[in-house]
Write a protein that binds this ligand. Structure first.
Ligand SMILES: Cc1cc2nc3c(=O)[nH]c(=O)nc-3n(C[C@H](O)[C@H](O)[C@H](O)COP(=O)(O)OP(=O)(O)OC[C@H]3O[C@@H](n4cnc5c(N)ncnc54)[C@H](O)[C@@H]3O)c2cc1C
Length: 274
């Protein structure tokens, strides 16, 4: 749609060019959400693509994903063989309601900063123990664990004008075995629930997203039995945290969380015994 409140577009070549932040400014990445709905309080768009950040940089430490990396670029990434969790990139990109046109425009950072429960790049980066680098206006950069970035439905820790610069996925997490479960009311629709488990040297990291307003993550020192898993889910995720919307009731999402978590546990246990 045309945004008829916009009177200026800035295309900085460095984020420092945007010193002072004021109401009416908005960063624009792929624009797939910004152009989908009226933005009555916005008069100036600041284009992040003109900053020219390299999309993906792999090293022995892991993978640095620029906030401006598109979903299409992420799915095309050719990961080293030892990064066993890399298939999650495509699985999570396929967990949004998005056509191929959206894949070519929507960015990893835009998805994360929207901070919707169904933000499946949040699911990806939280489950792979990612750390986000944030660039506040007029202050030093800071780092926030992916699992702590989203604080509620469409809410996060960003301060006014603060930029998500990049996402670091550690090689250790990328090298883990994983199991993935997802449900959506429509085949290619918005996710109602995503449960991802990763296993390193016997420990389990279980991440629940989409069913809840923010990500929940549980660390087990070793693969738990079914009873211990249920007990931990009960203790960590309060009933009130399950998200009620047109994609499913809170009780439906709670039910699927337990159902999928047990499937994830069983699948990873089977792999461990081989
Ligand atoms: C039909 C439709 C279906 C959708 N389905 C889903 C879905 O299933 N799940 C889902 O999560 N989303 C969905 N969306 C919302 C949106 O399209 C996606 O979240 C997309 O990934 C946003 O990325 P973008 O790069 O286009 O962000 P933009 O639209 O450019 O920006 C989104 C918001 O994030 C801010 N922003 C962007 N990048 C940064 C940054 N680096 N630092 C700080 N702020 C930033 C912008 O200012 C804006 O407020 C849907 C949208 C539409 C129209």
């Amino acid at each position: 749609m045309n945004l008829n409140t916009i009177t200026a577009i800035k295309r900085p070549t460095s984020a420092d060019e945007i010193g002072e932040w004021r109401d009416g400014y908005a960063w624009i990445a792929g624009g797939t959400w910004l152009f989908s709905t009226p933005q009555v309080r916005t008069d100036t768009l600041i284009d992040l693509q003109s900053l020219g950040w390299p999309a993906l940089q792999a090293s022995d430490d892991g993978l640095e994903i620029a906030a401006t990396c598109t979903l299409a670029e992420l799915t095309r990434f050719n990961a080293p063989q030892e990064w066993k969790a890399a298939p999650l990139f495509k699985m999570c990109c396929e967990s949004l309601l998005a056509s191929f046109k959206v894949w070519n425009a929507a960015t990893v950072g835009g998805n994360i900063c929207m901070s919707l429960p169904a933000g499946s790049l949040i699911s990806l980066t939280a489950s792979l123990e990612g750390v986000y680098t944030l660039w506040p206006r007029g202050a030093e950069p800071r780092k926030v664990p992916a699992v702590a970035f989203v604080t509620g439905n469409n809410k996060n820790v960003l301060r006014p004008g603060e930029l998500l610069r990049s996402i670091h996925l550690p090689a250790k997490a990328l090298s883990k075995r994983f199991a993935f479960r997802r449900a959506s009311l429509t085949h290619l629709g918005r996710s109602a629930i995503i449960v991802i488990g990763t296993v390193g040297a016997g420990d389990l990291v279980l991440t629940v997203t989409a069913a809840t307003e923010r990500p929940f993550q549980i660390h087990f020192e070793r693969l738990p039995d079914e009873y211990t898993l249920r007990k931990a889910l009960n203790a960590v995720i309060p009933d009130a945290a399950y998200f009620n919307d047109v994609h499913g009731s809170a009780s439906y999402k709670r039910h699927l969380t337990y159902y999928f978590a047990e499937q994830v546990r069983a699948e990873l246990l089977q792999g461990a015994q081989q």
